[in-house]
Structure formats: structure tokens, C-alpha cells
Design a binder for this molecule. Sequence first.
Ligand code: FMN
Length: 196
Amino acid sequence: MDPHRPLHVLGVSGSLRTHSLNSALLRTAVALAPPALKVVPFEDLGRIPHFNQDVEAEGDPEAVVAWKGALAEADALLIVTPEYNAGLPGVLKNAVDWASRPAGRGPLRDKPVAIMGASPGRRGTARAQAHLRDVLASLGALVLPEPVVEVARAHDLFDGDLMLADNGTRDAVARLLTRFGDWVRTRAAEDAGTQS
Ligand SMILES: Cc1cc2nc3c(=O)[nH]c(=O)nc-3n(C[C@H](O)[C@H](O)[C@H](O)COP(=O)(O)O)c2cc1C
């Protein structure tokens, strides 16, 4: 990892909705990223087909190749997830399942990941984030432990143009990104030291 270039962080929103609060939160992260870190959104989650091991056996479909390639190229991943029925949206779990392959060697293995989420509810995606942490841990991704960004009552915090108007939440997003960048670089330096 070159310390002189910004970290390349792939950003993905787990919502396909045009007026998604989570996609708006991801756009906020793109705008608030510190100079040491560049967040590049992955826009094609909706093109990824349902996971089917028979299809996989014939070769990853184009959209899956693009998704797994984008993950492999990125230094780190930022997932911004809604909460559906106390867990992860299916579209996001499906994408994670594709990226978990080949088993033990998929592009999420050893990938640093940060998580955020927004919900109109009171708990701000806490259960979806806990679920996602479990899933990612099971396939060897490295999930930033804290700070936690769970944006509750999110419909009150974004304006009519889906810009995040709440300064406290903007600060929380900026803090998470700064901490994430430091954490990823520290881990990479430690790994390089261990291997030399
Ligand atoms: C199928 C479904 C299940 C939902 N379950 C939850 C839930 O468990 N917890 C929660 O806080 N909100 C839940 N919601 C509300 C979502 O948080 C809300 O629709 C949110 O705006 C979705 O994210 P988005 O704006 O990024 O699309 C659910 C919505 C849908 C459509």
C-alpha cells in the first residue's frame, strides 16, 4: 500500500431505491472523505443476479466479475446498509455471497470493511449492522470495530435534496472515515513489518 496516494475505498449502498437514505449517506461519505482516502461508489449492485451455484460453476456472470474485480482492486470497502426485518437486505447478502467465493479465497477475505447505516426507525440499523458483522467475520473480512455510525430517524436528518443536513451526523461520518483510513494504514504497515 503506497502511503503517498489516497486509500481507494469502494463504497456500496445496500438499497436500490432511487431516493434511498443509505445511498444518500454514502454520497455524504464521498463528499466528506479526508484527503487521505477516496470513496468510489459501486453503482451496479442491482445487476448482480441471484446466487446460484450451477451458474457459478459455468463461470461468474459479467456483473459478478465486475463486483468481485472492484472489490479486489480496492484497498478497503465501505458498506452503507439499510435494515430489513432486523437483518441485512437480501440484495446485499446476495452480493456478499458471490464475493465469498471461491470459499476461503474470495475478494472479501482480509479486506478491511467499515459499516454505516440509516433508518427512519429508532435503532438506526443496529441489528442489520450486527448481522453484517457476523457474516463478514465468517468469511475473514476485517471489520472496523468503532466508531459506530447508526443513523436513526434518518428521514428527519436529510433535506429535500437528500443532502445530510445534520451537523452531528456529518461529524460522525467524517470521524469514521478518518479512523478507518488510519486503521487500514496501521494494519497494512504492521502486516508489512511481520512479512519482512
Ligand atoms: C422489507 C422492509 C423491511 C424493513 N425492516 C426494517 C427494520 O427491521 N428496521 C428498520 O429500522 N427499518 C426497516 N424498514 C424500513 C427501512 O429502514 C426504510 O425503508 C429505509 O428507508 C430503507 O433504506 P433506504 O432509504 O436506503 O432505501 C424496512 C423496510 C422494508 C421495505
